[in-house]
Design a protein around this ligand. Structure first.
Ligand code: IFM
Length: 450
């Protein structure tokens, strides 16, 4: 039986807009996702996060479920527009009270809180005022928000993530229009990515100042191992390019204080833009972090294709097993990624901050949810992580995505990632078989191969 190192941290993750609901409660302001969901055709089934899992009103019962699973940590995100409805200015104490209650409930059950400050729900007011992340005005606003939140919670929260998946916020939000706020300009995505990183770097000192010596700050990046479709020079170059666009674009600034020159050159050449870097920006971004969060779901396999604008490549889908998202199940790539991160960047600690799978789940009339494929997915990824630890990767913990079925962005409620099933009509929760299996893993700090 693979046994994990003593103190390995087992948790589960969610994010504010995906689970909280209660979008108008207690003074919360609108976010860009509230607005985006109302645009026709943007979200499958016309779904919105208005109700989601109603976690805002049910957080105590949900913490009881976490305790029942034996979770040692819970990764959640804080909704900026609950705390600062206008993004800046007046603080909504009632919004902060919610996170106070949640943190206290977690601590009362021995579950360590791991909040993320930004998981995509930007206050709409900041999008309206100056266009959101592509504008440098966002940076002091984010630092102020980080300061407000950590002043309230920093006595009890010691582990913070500044951002979740800045690649998604920047490029899906501002370059492709696939996510809120739905902008469609590649140059905006590039500027947004720089301001996200700068906001991360400048917020970290505020978190540390308000939390004391035990404060640890990290960032959660969506990283993919990248393979070339063939061994041709063009495909290998495409794979390196994709690694640059997806991984190095964020890892290099955070760990090395510079954007990858090949990708800077590509953006300059192809879209006539490059990050608007001011003196001191790169040093702020590269200030040491305490841990790197990795959100890993699947690898990328790419093929050179001159007909594709800007990136000159396309994704290919090898034979294999795929989840309901159309994502390849490829645990070996998680192993490779973890070992590579250790070798290339020597991070002080790594956490898997998200990993999991969407499959079609149904509750039986007896109220059970059998999801063997999800348990198998998790087992295979745990095994890959265990091997990576043996190979020297400093992996210290694992957050399964997701604690419960929730609002899967443009897919609405059509994709279920939870280890806890949610009936969105009644808000009933059922621990899935994968959840029960995960509880055993936590208890044993390992799992049986079978
Ligand atoms: O649901 C998302 C989450 O918000 C960010 N990472 C990927 C998950 C699955 O798509």
């Amino acid at each position: 039986m693979p046994v994990f190192p003593d103190g390995f941290l087992w948790g589960a993750a969610t994010s504010s807009y995906q689970v909280e609901g209660a979008v108008s409660a207690d003074g919360r302001g609108p976010s860009i996702w509230d607005t985006f969901c109302k645009l026709p055709g943007k979200i499958a089934g016309g779904d919105t996060g208005d109700a989601a899992c109603d976690h805002y009103n049910r957080c105590h019962a949900d913490v009881d479920i976490m305790a029942g699973l034996g979770l040692q940590a819970y990764r959640f995100s804080i909704a900026w527009p609950r705390v600062l409805p206008e993004g800046v200015g007046a603080v909504n104490e009632a919004g902060l009270d919610f996170y106070d209650r949640l943190v206290d409930a977690l601590l009362a059950k021995g579950i360590t809180p791991y909040p993320t400050l930004y998981h995509w729900d930007l206050p709409q007011a900041l999008e309206d005022a100056f266009g959101g992340w592509p504008s440098r005005e966002i940076v002091p606003a984010f630092v102020h928000y980080a300061d407000v939140v950590s002043r309230r919670l920093g006595d009890r929260v010691h582990n913070w993530m500044t951002l979740n998946e800045p690649w998604v916020s920047a490029f899906l939000g501002y370059s492709t229009g696939f996510h809120a706020p739905g902008a469609n300009d590649p140059a905006l995505g590039v500027q947004a990515s720089h301001h996200l990183l700068l906001a991360h770097g400048q917020a970290a000192p505020a978190l540390r100042a308000n939390g004391g010596a035990q404060t640890r700050v990290g960032i959660a990046l969506d990283l993919h191992w990248v393979d070339a479709a063939t061994d041709s020079e063009a495909d290998r170059a495409a794979a390196y390019r994709q690694d640059g666009i997806q991984n190095r674009w964020f890892l290099d600034p955070v760990f090395k204080g510079a954007y990858p020159e090949d990708i800077v050159e590509m953006y300059r050449r192809e879209i006539g833009t490059e990050p608007d870097i001011h003196d001191g920006d790169m040093a702020a971004i590269a200030a040491p972090i305490d841990f790197l969060g990795i959100n890993y779901y699947f690898r990328n396999v790419v093929k050179a294709d001159e007909s594709v604008p800007v990136v000159k490549m396309r994704a290919v889908k090898p034979e294999g097993e795929y989840t309901e998202m159309g994502w390849e199940v490829h645990p070996e790539s998680l192993y490779k990624l973890l070992v590579h991160l250790k070798e290339a960047y020597n991070p002080p600690a790594l956490y898997i901050t998200e990993n999991g799978a969407a499959f079609t789940d149904r509750a039986s009339p007896e109220g059970q949810v059998s999801d063997p494929r999800r348990a198998a997915y998790l087992r295979a990824h745990f095994a890959a992580s265990h091997r990576a630890i043996a190979a020297g990767a400093p992996l210290r913990g694992y957050f399964v995505w997701s604690l419960m079925d929730n609002f899967e962005w443009s897919f609405g409620y059509s994709k279920r990632f939870g280890i806890v099933y949610v009936d969105f009509e009644t808000q009933q929760r059922i621990v899935k078989q994968s959840g029960a299996w995960y509880a055993e893993v936590i208890k044993q700090n390992g799992f049986d191969h079978e």
